[in-house]
Structure formats: C-alpha cells, structure tokens
Write a protein that binds this ligand. Structure first.
Ligand code: TXA
Ligand code: MG
Length: 337
C-alpha cells in the first residue's frame, strides 16, 4: 500500500479516507493516533492488523465534543458531563457504558467504551468533517513507544495504512488519562495529561488501579486490558533508578560502560561524557519530560546499546504519567535508592 503524507490543509481528504473505510494516522495533543471509522468493523479490524495489536485490547472512540456522547453511550452519569466541561477538548478518556451501535471489535466485547475529545486543531477538523466516531489507538506498532511525531508514525506504519497527517510534534507527549466512570469511586486506569490531582478536584476521591504502579503477573486481568502488555519498550532492557536526582545521577555514573545508555535530566548531562544519552529536560519540568520521553525511548533502538539506565521524576502531578511510562518501559525493573 502506498501511504500518503498529508498536511493539516488536507484534513478534508483525511476525513474522506476515513469515511471510505481507510486508515489514517493523525496528530492529537497527546500522541499520534491511528484512526478508522469506529462504526465500520472491517475498517477497525484494519487497525489491529496494521499495529499487530492483540484482539482483546479495546480501542477508544474520538468525538468532536460532549454532544456526541449520547450517540454511543448510555446511561451517561452527570460526572461525565462535568468532566467534559472541565477537560474537553483535552487529554482525558472516560470509560462509559456503551450503546449497541458500537461494534464489538472496538470494545473487544466489553460492555463499556472509552470516549475522548482531543485538543488538536487537525484532529478536531477531521472529526467535525467526517461526523463519525473515530476509533484510534496510538499509531505505533504494538509494544513500541507511542509516536509523538509524524516521522515516528512513518517508521512504524509506512506501507500499512492509507495516510499520515503531519501536524508537527505533540504538545503533551504521553497518552490521555483514562478514568472509569462506571465504578464507584471512579477509577484511574491510566495516568496522562490530566493529573490525578485535577481529577480529584473535580470528582472527589479517585481510586488508582493497581496496574498503574505495579507489574501485573500473567493471568491477572487489569481493567484497561492494554495495561497488561509489555509496552513502550526499546529493544535494550531499561532500569529505572528512583530517588533523589543527585543520588540517582551518581548511581548511574558509577555503572557506565560499553553498551550502557543513559536517560537523565539536563542538570546531570555532564556526568555521562561519551555515553549514548537522551535528556528529558530540566529535573523540575515534568511537562517537558512527558514531551521528550517516547522519542528518547525510540532513539535508543537506533543505537548500539545493551542496557539503558534512567533517572525518574517523583510521581506527583504529571510525574505519575511519566513514571508510569518509564516503569512500564522497564518492565517495572526499578532500583530504589
Ligand atoms: O491519548 C490517547 O488516548 C491516544 C490518542 C491517539 O488519543 N490513544 C491511545 O489509545 O492511547 P491506545 O489504544 O493506545 O490506548 C487505549 C487504552 C488501552 O490500554 C486500552 O486497553 C484501554 O485504553 N481501553 C480502551 N477501551 C477500554 C474500556 N472500555 N475499558 C477499559 N480500558 C479500555
Ligand atoms: Mg497505545
């Protein structure tokens, strides 16, 4: 298949391709998504094929605004509209009871569906033009770090999909926060651009799913099926060194050697001369860390490294999303100082 490279001005063509059953990767504020018409089971099946995604991992539906929720979900709790007013368009996915119109292939047979309204002009233009719920996982090959640039999508998807719309690098850099509103109290299934603190300010207490902070063993069933898979992982094994940044930098500096790659904060780069190295930005800037994380992990796949050691922020605010992705990339191989 010849994959088209499109620009934001091509949104009408992207919408038409989607309406015709095509697969189109497009930018959102979090990461690039791989979209298909969410009401067309054959088109949605194409997403699973292009990504090599396990069939039991459901997709989320993207809509242009809260007024589209009632088409696909029922009943809708008042909290969903409250959250949509506060955080949509934005990096928040809500798990809601699904209506029958949503095909099984989207929800992997679950009786719930994830709904999101992305905060990106290109994504919103496409959604408004096609007037369809667009099913879209991150546009990476299953298991690889999510793409935050059109180039990263191209590496994984060229020849497998109809088009990639290049909207520049993603502003948030990690995937949306997922909150399950079908349970009480509401449950955080995946941390992302909307923080746990912001959710609790809106909803009251929110439970944090165990899959966010620890490794699920084989046989366990996390509530977001995707959380059980090895994820975001470069080919070389990753070790997270957790603790005070001065101490973690020193710990890593003592373990350098041939084939050892380093992910660190800007503040410590000069401790690792000559190492294959990616910086996540200043140690206090979690937003920048989120933006750089996936490109850093992807970069190491082009390097001759056999191990990667990484610093880690603490887990408040956006730090919960950054540490979750780092820990998952490391298969929860963590050294606590
Ligand atoms: O920011 C994002 O959310 C990006 C952009 C493209 O919108 N999309 C994204 O999709 O990250 P994906 O498929 O890579 O991750 C969706 C996660 C998976 O872990 C999946 O298991 C979970 O959401 N999920 C989807 N539907 C669900 C449901 N009904 N119940 C529980 N978890 C669900
Ligand atoms: Mg994904």
């Amino acid at each position: 298949m010849n994959t088209l490279r499109l620009t934001p001005q091509d949104a009408p063509l992207a919408a038409r391709l989607l309406a015709q059953g095509g697969l189109v990767a497009f930018p959102t504020e979090t990461v690039y998504g791989l979209g298909a018409n969410g009401l067309d089971p054959a088109a949605v099946a194409g997403i699973f094929a292009a990504k090599g995604r396990p069939q039991d991992n459901p997709l989320i539906l993207h809509v242009p605004g809260p007024d589209h929720l009632a088409r696909y979900c029922d009943p809708i709790p008042a909290a969903a509209y409250d959250l949509a007013r506060r955080f949509w368009p934005g990096p928040l996915t809500m798990i809601l009871p699904r209506r029958e119109v949503v095909p099984d292939v989207v929800t992997a047979g679950l009786d719930t569906v994830g709904m999101r309204c992305p905060d990106h002009p290109v994504a919103l233009a496409i959604l408004k033009l096609c007037q369809l719920p667009v099913a879209a996982p991150s546009a990476n090959t299953s298991g690889r770090p999510s793409p935050t640039t059109a180039q990263a999508v191209w590496e994984d998807m060229a020849g497998r999909i109809d088009a990639v719309v290049d909207g520049g690098p993603c502003r948030v850099g990690v995937e949306s926060t997922i909150v399950d509103l079908t349970v009480s109290p509401p449950r955080l299934l995946r941390p992302g651009g909307v923080t746990l603190e912001e959710l609790e300010a809106a909803l009251g207490p929110v439970a944090v799913d165990e899959a966010v902070t620890r490794l699920m063993s084989t046989g366990e069933k996390p509530r977001a099926p995707g959380m059980k898979y090895r994820h975001y992982a470069p080919k070389a094994p990753v070790t997270v060194v957790r603790g005070d940044p001065t101490a973690s930098a020193r710990y890593i500096a003592q373990r350098l050697g041939p084939g050892v790659g380093v992910i660190c904060f800007d503040d410590y780069v000069n401790l690792f001369p000559g190492c294959p190295l990616r910086s996540l930005g200043p140690q206090g800037d979690r937003a920048e860390q989120a933006r750089r994380l996936f490109e850093a992990l992807r970069w190491f796949d082009g390097q001759d490294v056999t191990a990667i050691l990484t610093q880690s922020p603490d887990s408040d605010g956006l730090g919960l999303a950054v540490t979750n992705r780092l820990n998952k990339a490391a298969g929860f191989h963590i050294i606590d100082l």
